[in-house]
Design a protein around this ligand. Sequence first.
Ligand code: GH3
Ligand code: MG
Ligand code: MG
Length: 357
Amino acid sequence: MAIGGEHHQANGWAKQALEHLARDGLPPLPENYAVYFYYYAGTNPNLKMSMDLLFQQNGSLTQDQCKDLYVTHLGLETERKVLKEANAAMEAEVSKVMSVIDTATSGTQQFGKTLDNFSGKLSTSNSLEQIRETVTKVASETRVIAKQNDRLQTQLAQTNEQLSEMRFNLDAVHRESQIDPLTEVGNRKFFGVELARAMGEATDSGAPLTLLVIDIDHFKKFNDSHGHIIGDQVLRLVARTLVENLKGRDVIARYGGEEFVILLPQTKVVDAEKVANQLRSNLGTKQIRRRSTNETLGVVTISIGATEYCPEEDAESFIARADHALYQAKQTGRNKVVSELVSPEQAAEIKLRNTPT
Ligand code: GH3
Ligand code: MG
Ligand code: MG
């Protein structure tokens, strides 16, 4: 749905934003579009007020001002929504203009050709000299119009190019918003999306799906003894180790501070236990070193809770069961894998809850 309701209205704002952006000489970054788009949409009174003030003072915005406005008024949270809608409206506007110009150009070219032809025929006739002159003039004027249209079309093609660049930037923003910058695996948001997809697939196909919840053992102590910088290095090492030992369709994410989650589609919990133990023993072979001094700091261990998805259960209870298994692993000595199966009572309850009445 377009912001503020009707689509053609959003397209109007997009057009105005596009023109104004060009007038102010700003590059077609998604953020810039969003700021101008919302200025015309008027849905953000504070943004509009700030911009009006700047326009009054300087006539236009600088890139820095535009960026500041974006951060202050449109911010991270609304980022994706804002950019997507601004982009869609902008694209619709441009393709509309493109098609109008297309029609106009081919129409004008055709017109020019017809007139050329006409004047060629007429030139043989002296008595029609005046008419011939008029027609020649019209034909040359038509060519001027066609040239102008050509220019317009080139401009629009450029705009189109800028838009695809913008779409690329938009995709990058989207991707970045789902990646944990420290470990470069997916973040919790990414996991949410993947979990929903995997649960749907498992429910539809009846194939097993196992979730592993992984937590570093005594990590607080490690941080306290060696410092956060080394702690961060360990987080990256753990993430890398997990990634190295997974297959293509498996999903990994950093769920929180020192906790990772892994989804293993088409994998039963007994097989997932083997994978989990492999991850654990693989990590156990990696010595942690302080890079500056090459001092050996030992190894870190992880505890893992595993559970299999019960078709049609919700994400909350699926994760809670894996968490509970992890808790058992911690309680019974750490550096181990504990799996928990859905109890028959739980399974019956889930089934009952999802049976249409
Ligand atoms: P347990 O074996 O029971 O899991 O003990 P623990 O010390 O690992 O668990 P606890 O929850 O008590 O502490 C987690 C610690 O993880 C707290 C904090 O020092 C560390 N931690 C969380 N996020 C980060 C991070 O991004 N970087 C670093 N360096 N440390 C982190
Ligand atoms: Mg923890
Ligand atoms: Mg821990």
